[in-house]
Design a protein around this ligand. Structure first.
Ligand code: A4P
Ligand code: MG
Length: 207
C-alpha cells in the first residue's frame, strides 16, 4: 500500500453521546488517531452558517491533514464506524448531525464522478461538493495552503475566491482544537504552523 496524503472534513451541529459538537470533533480526532491514521495537522474549528434546507443550528467545521496507508474503501468503513459511535443516525440529506466525516481528498485519487449518486459505500473522490463550500475550503487552506483540486486543477485559494461573498461571510468564528478563540478574520487564510504536536504524536507511532 502506497502512502499518501489525506484530507478529511469534519462537521457537527447537534450534541450526541460524545457531548457537544466541539467535544465530538475533539473525540473524533482522537478516534481517527486511535484507528492508526497519522494526523499531520488540524485546522481550527470554525463556526459556520448551515447550508441546506430548513432551520438548523450553526455547524462546527474543521479539516484534518493526515498520512494514509489505508485504501479508500477501508478508510470509509473506519469513518462510518466512528460516525455511528458518535451517534450519527440515518437522516435527511444535509440534515442536522452529531458528526459527519467526509473524505475530501485521498492522495489525489479519482473515484466515481461528481454526478454519480451518493449511496452508502459508493465512494466519490475527490468529494463532489467540496469545491463549492467555504466551510470546507477555509479550514482546508489552514492545513494545506498549496492544495490543488485533483480534477479541476484549481487551487483551494482560487476556489474559495470564486464563491459568493455571502458564503465566505458564513464562516463566523473559530477556535483552535485546544479551545482558545482565534482572530479568524485577520488570518483566515494563513498557513497553520502549530501542527507540531500532531506531527510528533504521529512520528512516534509510524514504523
Ligand atoms: N460517499 C461518497 N463519497 C464520499 C466521500 N468522499 N466521503 C458516500 C464520505 N462519504 C462519501 O454520505 C453519504 C454516503 O456517501 C456515504 O455513506 C458514503 O458511502 P454522508 O456523508 O453520510 O451523507 P451526508 O453528509 O448527508 O451527505 P453529503 O452529500 O455528504 O452532505 P455533506 O456534503 O456532508 O453536507 N452546513 C455547514 N455549515 N457545515 C456542514 O458541515 N454539512 C452538510 C452535509 C450540510 N450543511 C452543512 C454542513
Ligand atoms: Mg457528508
Amino acid at each position: 500500500m502506497t502512502v499518501g496524503l489525506l484530507l478529511l472534513g469534519l462537521g457537527a451541529n447537534i450534541a450526541g453521546p460524545w457531548g457537544s459538537p466541539r467535544d465530538t470533533l475533539l473525540r473524533a480526532r482522537r478516534e481517527l488517531a486511535g484507528a492508526g491514521l497519522c494526523i499531520l495537522a488540524s485546522s481550527r474549528i470554525h463556526r459556520t452558517l448551515p447550508l441546506g434546507p430548513g432551520r438548523q443550528a450553526t455547524y462546527l467545521n474543521a479539516v484534518l491533514l493526515l498520512r494514509v496507508r489505508m485504501a479508500p474503501a477501508a478508510l470509509l468503513r473506519v469513518i462510518k464506524r466512528i460516525e455511528r459511535r458518535a451517534g450519527r443516525r440515518h437522516g435527511p440529506r444535509w440534515g442536522p448531525r452529531c458528526l459527519d466525516i467526509d473524505i475530501l481528498d485521498h492522495g489525489s485519487r479519482r473515484l466515481g464522478s461528481r454526478t454519480s449518486r451518493r449511496r452508502q459505500g459508493n465512494l466519490v473522490l475527490p468529494h463532489p461538493e467540496m469545491h463549492l463550500r467555504a466551510f470546507v475550503l477555509v479550514p482546508l487552506l489552514e492545513v494545506a495552503p498549496h492544495w490543488h483540486h485533483p480534477t479541476l486543477a484549481v487551487s483551494a485559494r482560487t476556489l474559495l475566491a470564486r464563491l459568493p461573498r455571502a458564503d465566505r461571510l458564513g464562516i463566523r468564528q473559530s477556535l483552535d482544537f485546544a479551545g482558545s478563540a482565534c482572530n479568524k478574520l485577520q488570518n483566515e487564510h494563513a498557513p497553520r504552523n502549530s501542527a507540531s504536536e500532531d506531527v510528533v504524536a504521529c512520528k512516534n507511532r509510524s514504523p
